[in-house]
Each structure stands twice: as structure tokens, then as C-alpha cells.
Write a protein that binds this ligand. Structure first.
Ligand code: UD1
Length: 417
């Protein structure tokens, strides 16, 4: 099993480019199944989650080629409607294939999804929404068997929570359904806009993506398309945190700075100097990080749950007390135990984590517990005194393209072993 060996204490300096977003590549890859034809997907990151999605597409009957960061999918000949358990378990987001396969084939069979362990991750909103669109769903031997015997019909769906995945599944299932679908309390994340833009470029009629009400008018066909995936906002935040904690000076390129507006004031409160342009940020970290009182994760446009662990790592060495409230996922503090091994002082009670800043972190042998928690350990290790060994880095590889090479370009000293 691979691990990262990080020699801490190197100040980061230089320029770095952010790769394409995992969380919009995955639903767009699923969407490439719709109707048939070709999708040329540019800026598609080389991640193990993307590889898992490509395996699913290939299994279902698509031809898929990758050249650098471009993935070309032809979905003219779909032969399967079932995703086998081993492929489903490679990533949780495989649930997003459900809406796409039903739309294309009228039926789908999936086992329950795998992916990051972030406490119970129910799929009730996905299921009830698809049922409203006309899908019969039964659970048999741990499999979801779904059939739209009379086709998919537009309807009004009021989500009790603005779930990102459920909103994506509704978009995928309704884009070619009969009539109009209205999603109320839809997720407003930038990745939803990216998926809708991709679908609209193929000829779909989706209005309101990025707002809480989305209206989808079903169409009869979709075109082939060439599309470029948006930059990964959480990867951008991870690089910014690495620069901040090492007191570095880094220009982070290829980002939509509007997408991380809720995080920038927190970096500023922590003492970072930011020069913000539309598609890049220059960050200059302080000699001592300042604490940030109150960080509450919320659905977009609030502070993203995916940024909680990286920002927490940065605040472990602040000159005072910071506080987090995690409102989106249960069990999203698994990195806390590992940060503590490195000398951090963090207490968790339910949704709340209180971080007492310490003067120094120390290199230790730690374990990535999930994707963003793993990235948090890398950030902490960059600033720690001595050498850290980060195990279970397959979690990190799900969402970061060669994280060690990226940080090394900025002067870090990280080896993959
Ligand atoms: C997506 C992102 C993930 C991010 C999360 C929140 C992808 C591949 N993953 O995950 O990185 O952390 O959005 O921004 O895009 N819920 C239910 N029932 C459901 C669905 C969700 O109760 O049917 C709950 C979840 O348990 C969780 C909350 O809603 O507590 C948010 O989940 P959701 O927005 O669906 O996140 P994902 O799409 O899984």
C-alpha cells in the first residue's frame, strides 16, 4: 500500500494550476450515457474516482478513450442496465448513474454505493424523487431494482434538503422525460451549474441551475458535444491552506474565485493576504495564523463541508481558539484523531469541534480516514516539525491528482513510497 512521506517546515512558493473538478466530472460522465452520441470531456482530472466512473461506462457498453486530461465517450451502444457490486462499491457517487441509466434504458439495477465513510449517507431523496418521476423501485437482496414501465414523466419535486446528488439524479432522469419537471429547494452548488451547462450544450432545456428552483423541459434528443469541466474548488482551497500554514506565497491559477467566496473571508481572518482575480488568487500566509471563531458548514453558497478538514488543519497552529460546526455530514471529524497525533489540540462534541491553536505540530505516522481528511493531514504535515508518514492515501487519490507532485512544485518535500 502506498504512503506519503512528508518532510515538514518548507515554505511554499510559486505558481500552481488547479485541475478539473471531481464532483462535476462524475455526474457529467454519467450524463454522457444519455441518448447516445459522443462527449469529448476536457479538463477531466486523473483520479481514481474518475477511473471508477470510466469502468462503469465501459461495462455498460460505452467506448471510452483518454488522452491526457481529455476523455472521449461514445454511448451509442449500451448493452447493460445493471452495475455490478464491485464497481458500485468503488465510489459512492455511482448512485448518480441511476438517473442516467433509467433515462436511457427504462430500467436499472444497482447495489448500494460505496465511497467516503461520512456516517450514514442515505439515498432516500434520490429514491423518492425518481419514484415521483414514474420509476418503480424495489429492494431485493441489497440491490435496488428500478423500472420506469410507463416512461418518465415530468413532475414537481420539493426536496426536504438541497442534496447535491439527488438534484443531479433528478436532472439526469428528467432531461428526456415527458413534460416539465420543477425542482424546489434544489442544491445550488457550482457543480450543478456545470452539469446543467453540459446538458444544455447537448440540447437539453434546463433553466435556473445554481438557484433553488430548477425547471427542466424534457427534450426528445441530445447532441454530441465537446465540454470542459470546471476547476475543482476544493482542490484550490487545499492549495491555499498549504500556502497559508507554511507562511508561503503562492499564485493559485485556473480557479473560479466566485465559487470559493465563502472561504476567502476565513483565510483573511486567519491573517492571509489575498489578491483575488476572477480566475486566480495570490495568497501570502502570515507568520502566525490567527484563529477564526465560528465556521459553520452549510449547503452552497455557505461554507462547504469539503473545506472543513483542510481549513481545520490550517487552524491547528493558530494563536488562539477556533470553532467549527459541521451541519452537513455526521462523522465528518475523523481526521481530528489523526491531527491530534501530530500535536493538535481539538475537542469534538457532536457537531462542534473546538480547536485550541498549538505552537507547533510534530511529524507522526497517521492514516487518511477519508478524502478531505487525508488532504488535511498533508496540510498539517507541510507545517509540522520533522517527518510525517501518511498511510491509506488511496482516499486522497480519489480527489487529488498527484498531490505530492503539486506541492513539491511549490517547494514541499513529499515522497510517495
Ligand atoms: C456531494 C459531494 C460531496 C460533498 C456533498 C455536500 C459529489 C460526488 N460529492 O455529496 O463531496 O461533501 O455533496 O456538499 O458531488 N442526504 C439524505 N438523503 C439523501 C441524500 C442526502 O439524507 O437521499 C443527506 C446526506 O446524508 C448528507 C446531506 O444530505 O447529510 C448532504 O448530502 P448530499 O448533498 O446529497 O451530498 P452528496 O451528493 O452525497
Amino acid at each position: 500500500m502506498e504512503r506519503l512521506i512528508v518532510e515538514g517546515g518548507k515554505r511554499l512558493n510559486g505558481e500552481i494550476d488547479v485541475h478539473g473538478a471531481k464532483n462535476s466530472s462524475l455526474p457529467i460522465l454519467a450524463a454522457s450515457l444519455l441518448y447516445g452520441g459522443q462527449t469529448v470531456l476536457k479538463n477531466c482530472p486523473k483520479l481514481s474516482d474518475v477511473d471508477a466512473a470510466i469502468k462503469i461506462l465501459t461495462y455498460l457498453g460505452c467506448t471510452v478513450e483518454r488522452e491526457g486530461d481529455t476523455v472521449i465517450i461514445n454511448s451509442d451502444h449500451i448493452a447493460q442496465t445493471e452495475i455490478p457490486e464491485n464497481l458500485m462499491h468503488e465510489m459512492r457517487s455511482s448512485i448518480v448513474f441511476l438517473g442516467a441509466i433509467i433515462s436511457r434504458m427504462g430500467k436499472a439495477t444497482l447495489s448500494f454505493p460505496g465511497g467516503c465513510e461520512l456516517g450514514p449517507r442515505p439515498i432516500d431523496l434520490h429514491i423518492s424523487s425518481l419514484q415521483k418521476l414514474g420509476v418503480d423501485i424495489v429492494e431485493e437482496y441489497g440491490k435496488l431494482c428500478c423500472q420506469a414501465t410507463n416512461g418518465l414523466k415530468g413532475c414537481k419535486i420539493n426536496l426536504s434538503f438541497p442534496s447535491v446528488g439527488a438534484t443531479e439524479n433528478i436532472l439526469l432522469a428528467s432531461v428526456m422525460s415527458k413534460g416539465e419537471t420543477i425542482i424546489l429547494n434544489a442544491a445550488q452548488e457550482p457543480e450543478i451549474i456545470d452539469l446543467a451547462n453540459y446538458l444544455n450544450q447537448r440540447g437539453a432545456r434546463i433553466k435556473g441551475a445554481g438557484k433553488s428552483t430548477i425547471v427542466i423541459e424534457g427534450v426528445e434528443k441530445l447532441n454530441s458535444v465537446e465540454y470542459s469541466v470546471m476547476p475543482d474548488r476544493i482542490v484550490a482551497i487545499t492549495y491555499l491552506c498549504g500556502a497559508a500554514i507554511t507562511g508561503g506565497d503562492v499564485l493559485v491559477n485556473h480557479i473560479n474565485t466566485d465559487d470559493i467566496e465563502s472561504v476567502l473571508p476565513i483565510l483573511e481572518q486567519a491573517g492571509c493576504k489575498l489578491s483575488v482575480y476572477s480566475n486566480k488568487i495570490n495568497i501570502s500566509g502570515p507568520s502566525i495564523i490567527r484563529p477564526v471563531k465560528n465556521i459553520r458548514t452549510m449547503p452552497y453558497p455557505g461554507f462547504p463541508t469539503d473545506a472543513q478538514a483542510p481549513i481545520m488543519a490550517m487552524l491547528t497552529v493558530a494563536s488562539g481558539t477556533s470553532m467549527f460546526v459541521e451541519n452537513i455530514f455526521e462523522s465528518r471529524y475523523k481526521h481530528v484523531g489523526e491531527l491530534t497525533r501530530m500535536g493538535a489540540d481539538i475537542k469534538v462534541e457532536g457537531k462542534v469541534a473546538v480547536v485550541e491553536g498549538v505552537k507547533k505540530l510534530y511529524g507522526a505516522s497517521v492514516e487518511a480516514t477519508d478524502l478531505r481528511g487525508g488532504a488535511a493531514l498533508v496540510i498539517a504535515a507541510l507545517a509540522a516539525q520533522g517527518v510525517s508518514k501518511i498511510n491509506h492515501i488511496y482516499h486522497i487519490d480519489r480527489g487529488y491528482e498527484t498531490i505530492e507532485e503539486q506541492f513539491n512544485k511549490l517547494g514541499a518535500k513529499i515522497i510517495r513510497e
